[in-house]
Design a protein around this ligand. Structure first.
Ligand SMILES: *[C@@H]1O[C@H](CO)[C@@H](O)[C@H](O)[C@H]1NC(C)=O
Ligand SMILES: *[C@@H]1O[C@H](CO)[C@@H](O)[C@H](O)[C@H]1NC(C)=O
Ligand SMILES: *[C@@H]1O[C@H](CO)[C@@H](O)[C@H](O)[C@H]1NC(C)=O
Length: 314
């Protein structure tokens, strides 16, 4: 009995200990970084009250709904930032942002955030969901994005991103959703992101949209069976559509249209037949020997056939 009471008391103390930090919050250093991140993000024209933007202020606690758009865990660490549709027109300072090491979810869609996606975004190692869609980000997708190995959702659609889709996105083995539509991306779709065969620890991609870019080259063999959504319309892709795509029956012509160089099902134009093998040049030694052997074999067969039928008839 005594030991059970002690155990219960112990459990209560442990649960209290877990609750206490919820009233605490990030350190002043992290708060300072986040306030700096917000100042840069909103841009010069955003209305501020007493130097306080949407409650983001050193004097208050980011958790407990005091900072607009911030979510914390029970330990008082910032885990989510949701700031969509605020007409922010500044820049993303990822170095300041990523000082919030527990950050798991960042949604900044539908603002007018400008400038590049900084390579320091790779320091936000706990990010699982990153949505920067419908802004005015320019320049390349940084290779450092490939270090965010916990990412399950990456939405960069509706920006002005240019340059190639980094090979390093293939390192994102938890990635389920990759949305790159409506940008100015060039180069080919890297094989690395398709994961046609995947290890048990890897997730196959479920969602790939890259329509309305300037992608070139062939469509690699995705794991189409596992894809719920796939669209590469309005690019400059070429070559045959992989058989796996048509085989699923999910993906119609409207997932591939607007690529003059693409052919095959489900598009209405079939691919040109591969050029017929040109006749064997007469001097080719290997072929000649093979032909000789064939001739000998068939003549021996012919002779024996003739002699066989001869015997049979007479
Ligand atoms: C985007 O944000 C603006 C406000 O800045 C809002 O009026 C509009 O409805 C939002 N659009 C979408 C698609 O959410
Ligand atoms: C990724 O997720 C795992 C498991 O959820 C976690 O242990 C790890 O700290 C996360 N962050 C990084 C950078 O891998
Ligand atoms: C694919 O994208 C094109 C271009 O935006 C669009 O017209 C088409 O409806 C989309 N198809 C599907 C199935 O999403």
């Amino acid at each position: 009995m005594v030991s059970i009471r002690i155990l219960t008391l112990g459990l209560i103390i442990v649960s209290l200990a877990a609750l206490i930090p919820s009233s605490s919050s990030e350190t002043d250093a992290v708060k300072l970084s986040l306030v700096g991140f917000m100042k840069k993000l909103v841009g010069p024209d955003f209305p501020t009250q007493n130097n306080n933007i949407l409650g983001w202020d050193m004097a208050t606690n980011p958790c407990r709904n005091q900072w607009h758009g911030v979510r914390c865990d029970v330990f008082g660490s910032v885990v989510g930032i949701f700031l969509s549709g605020f007409r922010f027109s500044g820049a993303l300072d990822a170095e300041l942002l990523c000082s919030a090491e527990s950050l798991f979810l960042l949604k900044l869609q539908n603002n007018t955030i400008r400038g590049p996606i900084p390579e320091e975004i790779g320091q936000c190692g706990n990010l699982a969901i990153l949505d920067l869609s419908d802004n005015r980000f320019v320049g390349p997708i940084p290779n450092e994005m490939g270090s965010l190995t916990n990412l399950t959702t990456l939405d960069l659609s509706g920006n002005r991103l240019s340059g190639p889709i980094p090979e390093t996105l293939g390192d994102l083995t938890s990635l389920l959703i990759l949305d790159l539509q409506n940008n100015q991306l060039t180069g080919s779709i890297p094989e690395s992101i398709t994961r046609p065969t995947y290890r048990a620890s890897d997730q196959p991609l479920r969602f790939f949209r890259a329509e309305n870019n300037r992608l070139t080259g062939p469509i690699p063999e995705f794991n189409f069976e596992m894809l719920a959504k796939f669209n590469v319309s309005n690019n400059d892709l070429n070559g045959p559509i992989p058989d796996g795509a048509a085989a699923t029956g999910f993906f119609g012509a409207d997932c591939f249209m607007g690529n003059p160089g693409l052919c095959g099902e489900p598009l209405p134009y079939s691919c040109p037949q591969p050029p017929v093998q040109s006749p064997v040049p007469s001097g080719s030694p290997g072929r000649t020997e093979l032909g000789l052997v064939m001739m000998m074999v068939s003549s021996i067969l012919g002779v024996s056939l003739v002699s066989f039928s001869f015997r049979f008839v007479y």
